[in-house]
Design a protein around this ligand. Sequence first.
Ligand SMILES: Cc1ncc(COP(=O)(O)O)c(C=O)c1O
Length: 455
Amino acid sequence: MEKKKLTRRTFVKKTSVGAAGFAIAASGISPFFAGMSQNSDKLALLGGNPVRPKGSVLGVKWPVIEDRDLKMYVDAFKNKSWSEHSFREDELGMTFQKQYAEFMGVKYCAVTNAGTNALEAAQRAFDIGPGDEVITQTNTFVATAQSTFNLFALPVLIDSDPETFMINTDLIEEHITPRTRAIIPVHIGGAAANMDKILAIAKRHNLAVIEDTCQAHSAEWRNKKLGTIGDLGCFSFQEFKSLSAGEGGAVIGNDEYLVSRVGGYVNNGRDPMKKGRTFPGGNFRPTSFQAANMLSQLKRHEEQNKIRDKNVAYLEKLLTEVNGVSPTKKYDGQTRRAYYAYQLIYDKEHFSGLPKARFMEALQAEGIPVKNGIDSNLHLDPSIEAYLNLDSFKRIFSKERLDKYRNEIKCPVNENLSQNKGIALYHAVFLGPKKDMDDIIAAILKIQKNASKLL
Ligand SMILES: Cc1ncc(COP(=O)(O)O)c(C=O)c1O
């Protein structure tokens, strides 16, 4: 449907002093744009003044640290309890586990040193191993697939839904084989995968559901936090994530035995229920410094979520009147999204045919740090062949199975989104003042007006 068109000129008018009466003004757009002279029309890519002054940060510089964070970190250092492996109540990792489980609304949490290892440990809890297959998606960070490959199992990469950029659930069942053990939907960018459909498919085929929630902290499905919908939910607290400890991760769930198996795998097989070294395991433990950082950042996490919610709601209101850039569609069950990468759909038809890559370049030159809206085309990633060509893989999987895997791994929708459609803004962009949202719109409209000059 054609939107009521907001051009740069009407945006200036509507956001100017005296704009009362305009519908958009009633929605509370700040009047910053009034001061922008027509001379600033020249695109930054062509030598004009950028919408954002050079060197200014849209949103905030991530990660946010204050004195209280430093204090927790230094205290952990001074305590000289740097390695935590005893499941003692006073360990910082244990404290985080308790607080994060409470925050997420689940009974159990096992803390890890990375999201990749959280995913591996979660699969180990289901004894997923050599010869098994796991359904996941092409639009994800490579770690999702690596965590399965590292168990000598095959991650089957499903194409994307063109409107939501999430796993296309209509394609899942045709890829299920007798060796399929689990589905790992990835809530990519912070929006929710279609959990109703995924749970129904998993039930029909008796599969585990492990949510890769590494990009979707505090997002919700039917008012329950993502990561709590499937059997286990995995998180990353790597530096760029909206809850960051530099490196770190967690697995959450309500099944005591499953989460104990994860905790055991993380901690050299030690059973968190203190029944001895009864599980398989490695060492995926975080240091106490990481745990201190997790605890400290968790204190401001919801406050930051609320700022992002507010800024994005405002931006979306503005976008309803801009042709050619729209938020991705959300599934009905998504009651809250997160913004690790807030995806938008670009339509070059409204920008004089300007290719997406050039549009992104122009936005970046205007000071808007736009990114590719697709995390990855993992099916094209060279690391896939690196695994398939291992002698160990050839010992486990027949040539026929590996050939079939190669032949079936086709994801044209995701490739098109990546090439032509998807753009994204990173979550820290939404932690600044409301005016920053106006600047995003101003930059889009400026490029729209002058797009033909970039062809
Ligand atoms: C979707 C997804 N899965 C897994 C991971 C892995 O997390 P980590 O970097 O903490 O190992 C990431 C991190 O970027 C991710 O974005």
